[in-house]
Design a protein around this ligand. Structure first.
Ligand code: AMP
Ligand code: FE
Ligand code: FE
Ligand code: ZN
Length: 283
C-alpha cells in the first residue's frame, strides 16, 4: 500500500531538467536523502537521459534509485500519462516510439511559440535555450513567458494562456495507452497509470476505462498523488482492488515548477521490492 508520510518510503514520480523539472537528477537524489526517503524513481517525460546522473548521485548519498519514465499516451482520445519502471534502456521498439513523441513535441512547441509571438515577445531560443536535449513541453514555454515578465509563475501562465482551450494551444502526438503498456512490458518494465483522478483533467479515468487499460497488462495505478481529486479516487480504489492492481503513492515533483513537494506521497518499500522482482533494470 502507498503511504502518506515521506520518511522511509519511496517517491515513485519525479521530474528533472531532462524534462520539465527545475532540479538536476543529482539534486533530487540529495534532497531525497535529506528528507529520509528510502529511495525515488526519476520519471522524466518521454526520456531516460537523466538516469545515469540520478543513479550515481543516489549511490553517493545512500538512497535507492529506481529508473523510470512518464510516457505521453492517450486512451479514448484523452491524454493519459503512463509511468514505466525498470525498462531496459536498450529496448528498441519502445525507444523508437519515444523518439517520435519527442520529435512531435518539438514541432508542436515551435508552432505554439510562433502563435504566441504574435502577441508576446518570446523567441524559440528563450524556450529551448541551450538545453535542447531535454523533452520540451508547455512548461518551458511558460518559463520563457515568466522570464519575459508576462506571468508570475508557471501555474499562472498555464491558467491564462497555455491550457487546452487556449487559441495558442496545440496537442502533441501521444502513443495509445494500451500500446505503451505493451511496449513497457516488452522492454522488461512494469507500467503504472499516473494520476488517473487528477483535477486538471476534464474527466477522470473511469472504472470502465481503468478495466480497458488494465487488460493490456498494467501493474499499478497511482492513486495517491497531490493532484488526484478526493471525490474521484474511491471508485478507482475499488476497481484497482477488484483487478488486483498495485496502488502507488508519489509526489510528481517538478522542483520549483509546481507546488508538489518531494515525498509528499510515497510508496512502501515492500511494494517497491515486489516491483524490482518483476523488472529488467531494477536499479
Ligand atoms: P505538455 O506535456 O507539454 O502538454 O505539458 C504538460 C506538463 O505541464 C505536465 O506534465 C505538467 O508537468 C505541466 N503542467 C500542467 N499544468 C500545469 C500547471 N497548471 N502549472 C504548472 N505546470 C503544469
Ligand atoms: Fe510534467
Ligand atoms: Fe503527468
Ligand atoms: Zn509527472
Amino acid at each position: 500500500m502507498a503511504e502518506a508520510t515521506g520518511s522511509g518510503g519511496y517517491d515513485l514520480h519525479t521530474h528533472s531538467v531532462f524534462s520539465d523539472g527545475t532540479m538536476r537528477p543529482g539534486e533530487i537524489a540529495r534532497e531525497a536523502a535529506e528528507l529520509g526517503l528510502a529511495g525515488f524513481a526519476l520519471t522524466d517525460h518521454d526520456t531516460v537521459d537523466g538516469w545515469e546522473e540520478a543513479r550515481e548521485a543516489a549511490r553517493a548519498v545512500g538512497v535507492d534509485f529506481l529508473p523510470g519514465i512518464e510516457i505521453t499516451t492517450k486512451h479514448n482520445g484523452r491524454s493519459r500519462h503512463l509511468l514505466g519502471y525498470g525498462i531496459d534502456p536498450a529496448a528498441g521498439e519502445l525507444f523508437e516510439a519515444l523518439a517520435e513523441v519527442r520529435s512531435s513535441r518539438l514541432g508542436r512547441a515551435r508552432e505554439m511559440v510562433r502563435r504566441l509571438s504574435a502577441n508576446y515577445a518570446i523567441t524559440w531560443d528563450a524556450v529551448v535555450g541551450e538545453e535542447d536535449a531535454r523533452t520540451v513541453g508547455r512548461p518551458h514555454i511558460a518559463d520563457a513567458l515568466v522570464a519575459a515578465g508576462y506571468f508570475a509563475d508557471r501555474s499562472t501562465a498555464f491558467a491564462e494562456i497555455l491550457h487546452p482551450r487556449s487559441p495558442y494551444y496545440l496537442g502533441t502526438y501521444a502513443i495509445e495507452t494500451v500500446e505503451a503498456i505493451r511496449l513497457v512490458n516488452a522492454a522488461g518494465g512494469a507500467a503504472a497509470l499516473a494520476h488517473p483522478a487528477a483535477f486538471r483533467q476534464r474527466t477522470p479515468t473511469s472504472a470502465r476505462e481503468l478495466r480497458e487499460i488494465a487488460a493490456a497488462g498494467l501493474w499499478a495505478v497511482e492513486l495517491e498523488h497531490p493532484e488526484n481529486r478526493a471525490d474521484w479516487v474511491p471508485a478507482l480504489v475499488e476497481t484497482a482492488s477488484e483487478l488486483g492492481l498495485a496502488v502507488t503513492g508519489s509526489s510528481d515533483y517538478h522542483g520549483a515548477g509546481k507546488p508538489n513537494r518531494l515525498g509528499q506521497h510515497t510508496t512502501a518499500p515492500a511494494l517497491v521490492e515486489r516491483l524490482r522482482e518483476r523488472v529488467a533494470t531494477p536499479r
